[in-house]
Design a protein around this ligand. Structure first.
Ligand SMILES: C[S@@+](CC[C@H](N)C(=O)[O-])C[C@H]1O[C@@H](n2cnc3c(N)ncnc32)[C@H](O)[C@@H]1O
Length: 338
């Protein structure tokens, strides 16, 4: 059997993949005991996913996930169901099941689906590590940024493979942006014709915060586990016909195509998420490389930036890169598949 770096790393305790199931690395807070919505709100997820899956690109992007009309699909770690809805529209009259551990997200997604005419999405509360479905229940199993937040991704992906039918597809997408990548603020203030005073300090604090983010909340903008391993992970589970695709996405509030209503929302986009996260840390959760004073400083600078932006162009953009690794479950199980 081909020995992947993934397998070698997963063997050792103390490696990222050897940590406990949902505890550890969350600043002592097991993931099962707090709501993901408390660190990434429904609004933040919905806005960012709408920007990433722009309508004119959607068909191509969903193709990366092996999605075709008529399929029965499972979406693992579906959050408020934004990505799940795109899947549902693409597979109709097939159906998508969204699964998430967070009851608040699932309730929100269910309520939203109930208002959709001819909706083909249903939602369940469940754990990615123990999917509540029979073997071979779905034609395709997807996860968009649902695996990267886990401390034992291999265990969850093995579950995704189990519930996928032979010949079906399993795909996982993760952001690969991070410190030094294309992240919060495309510029640090110095390159702008009219920079926000304090932009450089804010950018520096954010950079430091982000670089330690893996310690506070695994998976968000950090290297809690190497995203480059996505591909090796699928291969190590005996899948075949591997594909790796990527696309970049940016949000610029002052993009001339952005209407007045959306503009205000987009101007808040980057900072909303940051504010929520910093407030969560200030509330005594998680851990951070920054002092309490520095965390307060981020909030104060963010508020000053918001007021300043009311009558100045922002010249900001927020962007990232998503990678989709997908593969086919063999028709006949191999020795490596359980
Ligand atoms: C970054 S969010 C992504 C949500 C959604 N896929 C999206 O892109 O909008 C990560 C999601 O994983 C969920 N999650 C975390 N641990 C989980 C687990 N063990 N089982 C199922 N879902 C989990 C969280 O509740 C959260 O909704």
């Amino acid at each position: 059997m081909w020995k992947t770096p993934w397998r070698r790393r997963s063997a050792g305790r103390g490696s990222w993949v050897g940590r406990s199931t949902t505890g550890g690395g969350h600043g002592g807070v097991p993931l099962s005991q707090f709501s993901w919505a408390s660190i990434q709100s429904v609004e933040v997820l919905e806005r960012s996913r709408a920007a990433r899956f722009r309508p004119e690109l959607r068909d191509v992007l969903l193709g990366y996930f092996g999605i075709r009309r008529g399929m029965q699909v499972l979406d693992v770690g579906c959050g408020p169901g934004t990505f799940t809805e795109y899947l549902a529209a693409a597979v109709a009259p097939g159906e998508v099941t969204g699964l998430d551990l967070d009851e608040e997200f699932v309730a929100y997604a269910q309520a939203k689906a109930a208002t959709r005419e001819g909706a083909h999405a249903r939602y369940v509360v469940g754990d990615a590590y123990a999917l509540p479905f029979e073997e071979a229940s779905f034609d395709a199993v997807t996860s968009y940024t649902g695996i990267g937040v886990l401390t034992e991704p291999l265990k969850a992906v093995a579950e995704m493979v189990r519930v996928c039918r032979p010949g079906g597809s399993v795909s996982i997408a993760e952001g690969v942006s991070g410190p030094g990548g294309i992240t919060f603020y495309g510029v640090d203030g110095t390159e702008r014709p009219e920079p926000f005073p304090g932009a450089r300090r804010l950018a520096e604090l954010v950079r430091r915060l982000r670089s330690g983010r893996g310690d506070a909340i695994p998976g968000i903008g950090s290297a809690a586990w190497p995203r480059q391993a996505l591909w090796a992970l699928l291969a190590s589970l005996g899948l075949e016909e591997l594909q790796l695709n990527a696309w970049g996405h940016v949000i610029a509030p002052d993009d001339h195509r952005v209407g007045a209503d959306l503009r205000g929302q987009l101007r808040a986009e980057s900072f909303d998420e940051l504010r929520q996260w910093v407030s969560w840390l200030l509330g005594g959760h998680g851990s951070s490389a920054l002092s309490q004073e520095e965390l307060q400083e981020i909030l104060a600078l963010g508020e000053r930036r918001r007021l300043w932006a009311e009558d100045h162009p922002l010249w900001d953009w927020d962007g990232g890169l998503s990678i989709v690794a997908s593969a086919r479950k063999p028709d006949r199980p191999r020795g490596t598949l359980s």
